[in-house]
Ligand binder design. Sequence first.
Ligand code: FES
Length: 62
Amino acid sequence: MKSQIHCQKNGPFELRGPVRITDASENVTETESMTHHLCRCGGSQIKPFCDGSHDSVRFQSE
Ligand code: FES
C-alpha cells in the first residue's frame, strides 16, 4: 500500500501509513498502517500532531 496524504478542509494533514515521522527534536514515530493527523494550523500543543486546536483557532485552509 502506498502512503497517502489527505489535506482536510480547515483541518490537519491526514497521513495513512506506512510512514516515518521525525519531529523538530528528532523524535521518531513509525507506523505501518495507522492513520495520523499532522497539524498545519500552528495551534497544536502536541506538534507535529493535531490536537484539535484548529477548531478553536478557526483555521481556514482556503
Ligand atoms: S491542524 Fe489540528 S491542531 Fe493544527
